[in-house]
Design a protein around this ligand. Structure first.
Ligand SMILES: [Zn+2]
Length: 204
């Protein structure tokens, strides 16, 4: 008789972020039947999970900060895997889950809706206006309101069409220098073209 090892740990992988910078937590074989058991996202230092309850309702839960040295996204994924193994949440086919967060069309709000009322102050409005002006100058398009400098913001590179989460603190450059000309992973248009299109690089 062969021995079977049972484990309570469910294997999962973290998928690419959607337009709201939420990463799907995926179980199952990639080619066979990948299933999404929930989504993990960060808001400042806290990690949030969204999941579908056993009754079909959408649930959001704030897991707060990960323990020192732990990665928040793994804390969130492990939480979802445990809830799923306990039968408390439902899994959704990956293709269906991807259709649930399409890229928004048209204008987006100035400030991210998750910003609390007390954060909707003159200082943050000024920062948001500056950030949107900076995105326009550097040929980025935002798919949501300004979430703050150190929160992921889902953007599109208007030079090549790449999309993904970026941080305004990285996109704005530092000490009067423009941000890295390597705009994002995967390669963009050539540096000569970038210098041609974005005045900030011409003095370099
Ligand atoms: Zn690009």
């Amino acid at each position: 008789m062969s021995t079977t090892t049972t484990t309570t740990t469910l294997a999962y992988r973290i998928g690419d972020a959607d337009a709201e910078c939420r990463h799907p937590v995926i179980i199952g074989d990639d080619t066979e039947n990948p299933l999404v058991i929930g989504r993990a996202s960060r808001w400042h230092r806290n990690w949030l999970v969204t999941m579908t309850g056993a009754d079909g309702s959408e649930i959001e839960h704030n897991l707060k900060r990960p323990a020192k040295g732990d990665k928040g996204v793994h804390m969130a994924a492990a939480f979802l895997a445990e809830r799923y193994a306990a039968g408390a949440i439902m899994a959704i086919p990956l293709a269906e889950a991807q259709g649930q967060a399409p890229l928004p069309i048209g204008p987006v709000p100035l400030l991210h809706p998750r910003m609390a009322v007390k954060e909707r102050n003159d200082r943050n409005i000024a920062s948001a206006l500056k950030a949107f002006a900076g995105l326009a100058e550097h040929h980025w398009r935002a798919y949501g309101g300004f979430p703050g400098s150190d929160n992921p913001w889902f953007v599109r590179c208007e030079l090549c069409g790449w999309t993904g989460p970026k941080y305004w603190s990285h996109l704005r450059g530092r000490n009067g220098n423009p941000p890295s000309i390597a705009r994002h992973l995967g390669g963009c248009v050539g540096e000569d073209e970038i210098r041609e299109l974005i005045p900030a690089y011409r003095q370099q």
